[in-house]
Design a protein around this ligand. Sequence first.
Ligand SMILES: Cc1cc2nc3c(=O)[nH]c(=O)nc-3n(C[C@H](O)[C@H](O)[C@H](O)COP(=O)(O)O)c2cc1C
Length: 186
Amino acid sequence: MRILMCAAALRQESSNKKLIKVAATLAKNAQHDVDVASFSDFMLPIYDGDVEEKQGIPEVAKQFAIRMQQAQALIIASPEYNHSIPGTLKNLIDWVSRISPMPWRNQYILLLSASPSVVGGNRGLWATRIPLEYCGSFVYPDMFSLANSYQAFDQNNQLSDAKTHARLEQLLMSFIAHTGQCGSKS
Ligand SMILES: Cc1cc2nc3c(=O)[nH]c(=O)nc-3n(C[C@H](O)[C@H](O)[C@H](O)COP(=O)(O)O)c2cc1C
């Protein structure tokens, strides 16, 4: 299965970037075809209806939609900002939602988060579900939130705790199996 993976984070040392890399390795090891996108490839202006009318939908939003459509599944690792979705990710969702037909429709999506807090950014994921589900995506019911993320990775950027690593692997495999059964785009 081809999977697009992206951390909705820009920071060099981002825990969400590290988490998506661990997830990508797990998926590759299970013989899946992984496209790891960098969020910095999708820098968009703040949505403005006048900009859309005069200049159309930015190429970058279209590129994201194409990469999403070339994959059977999308995995996003996102930080939580003020108990909610980061504006950058919401802005991407909004711009992409202006493309017709709606690119988010029937997308199978798994949400991950990493945060230095003890709840790992889980509240932000609940907020992230809302626009994605509204736009017609199938957001997997289970989500993964990595707590204490600044201490969670070892020197090789692997998850230090074996149980946490196993939990991520289990979730990933069950999401992939579910998407394989239900989410064929052919
Ligand atoms: C504007 C802003 C709001 C934040 N709000 C939260 C929050 O509500 N909950 C939380 O756990 N962390 C919050 N944080 C801290 C982020 O979880 C932390 O910066 C994290 O490292 C960001 O993810 P990254 O490591 O992938 O860059 C916030 C950070 C910023 C900049």
